[in-house]
Design a protein around this ligand. Sequence first.
Ligand SMILES: [Zn+2]
Length: 129
Amino acid sequence: MAYIPDLSPETYNKYEDNAYTYLAVGWLGGEVRGKGDTAPEILYALLGAKKNNKLSDGWFGNHTCEICNTYDDHDEFFVPDGSTMYILPNMVSHYIQSHGYRLPEVVERALLNGEKQDQSVKPVVAGTY
Ligand SMILES: [Zn+2]
C-alpha cells in the first residue's frame, strides 16, 4: 500500500479536475502515524461511508496490510466535506480497528456531520466486514 501523508492533495488514483478538492487520508504504508482512540460513532460512520461511497481503484488484486501482513483489501471510498472529498483506502477501517490509527480531526468531524445530514448512511455493527 502506498504511503501518502494525511490530507495531501496527491491522491493514489487521479480524479477529474472539477469543483471538488480531493485529499488523501489513511494511506499509511507500513507504519501507523497518528495513533489514538476512535469513538464508536465515528467508526460506525466510517463503515457506512465505506459501504455507500465506494470507488473502484480499477485493479482487481488485493493490497496486503504492510503492518501485519495478514489482512487484504482493495479499492477506496470517499467522505464528503463541503467542496472537499477525502479519499480513503478501504483498508483504513482495518488500520483503525487493528493498529490504533486515528483519522485527522477534520475527517472525524466530516463523518459525524455527514451522518446527521444523510440518513442513508446508517450505523453498522463493526465486524460485519
Ligand atoms: Zn494490519
